[in-house]
Design a protein around this ligand. Sequence first.
Ligand SMILES: NC(=O)c1ccc[n+]([C@@H]2O[C@H](COP(=O)([O-])OP(=O)(O)OC[C@H]3O[C@@H](n4cnc5c(N)ncnc54)[C@H](OP(=O)(O)O)[C@@H]3O)[C@@H](O)[C@H]2O)c1
Length: 308
Amino acid sequence: MSRKISPLALGGASLGGVYHPVPQAQADAVVAAALDAGVNLIDVAPYYGLTKAETALGVALRGVPRDAYGLMTKIGRYGDKAWDFSREATLRSLDDSRARLGVEFIDVLQCHDIEHGDRRQLVDEALPTLRALKAQGAIGQVGITGYDLALLEEIAVAEQVDTVMAYCTYTLQDQRLGEVAQRLAAHGITVFNASPLGMGLLTAGGPPDWHPGHESVHAAAAEAARRCTELGADLSFVALQFALQTADEAGIASTVIGMSKPENLRQNLKALTTPIDPAVLAVVQAALAPVRDLGWDVLPGNGGKAGA
Ligand SMILES: NC(=O)c1ccc[n+]([C@@H]2O[C@H](COP(=O)([O-])OP(=O)(O)OC[C@H]3O[C@@H](n4cnc5c(N)ncnc54)[C@H](OP(=O)(O)O)[C@@H]3O)[C@@H](O)[C@H]2O)c1
């Protein structure tokens, strides 16, 4: 992307009703507030709410000058267990996304959750198709997303992609993306940290029912939230202070946060600059220490269901 990316990006999964239903007026309000506040990068996917998020975002972006924001969407994932990295599906998906979003140009088109799709199709069909679209000027950059950091790194370097988005792996609970991001950044690859709240894990309300983490991870996060409340602090705020304020040194270009409520956006923007209270951070880190870096690839929970 030619523009300077904002350190906080708006994640579109929430707009698809992944966490709770979101009326269009609320989607309009959060998108407008984000753009007003200087957030200039939005991530979405056909999978979020099975096209609902792209449709809602398209409505919210009507009339906004196209150069006011960078737009990232995805190809390849079309249902809870539906991946298709074929050339035909990739081209069709891009056309459908453009129509829903009401734009011609997609700044970053990403292969969604690469660890679940067919690797041969990914490498022989989806990625060459995206590279050709980039050469034609239909998209700006080629990206991959997912949870499996080793696979993301291997494919990113071998296929010389422009961007990598990993999720739930640079949070107060799991920081495994940190060293991977530094290596990727050294290759000139732009790294996005998605789900810095661990898909709702590090919030006072706790994760949604479908969250794939182990119950011991959920219990530790609930304890961290309780201790924060005792100290008059908010776990989400501390979690975002950590993710946003240490992103640079970790090699992360932008942190992609799901927000459907303007008040959450306002709070999260404050977390960019409010100095971390070391006493609160220490208490949260102590509560999370027993489950540090225990992602669901290490310690599966909830039937191992895949997330956003
Ligand atoms: N494989 C992939 O490509 C992949 C995977 C995961 C995520 N992503 C991207 O990353 C984005 C972020 O991930 P995510 O949305 O799943 O998870 P997240 O950002 O970790 O958490 C989002 C949840 O946290 C809530 N929240 C946000 N700010 C809050 C605050 N200040 N206080 C309390 N709760 C707050 C949101 O609530 P409200 O909605 O009610 O505001 C939402 O329920 C996604 O939207 C998507 O764009 C990509």
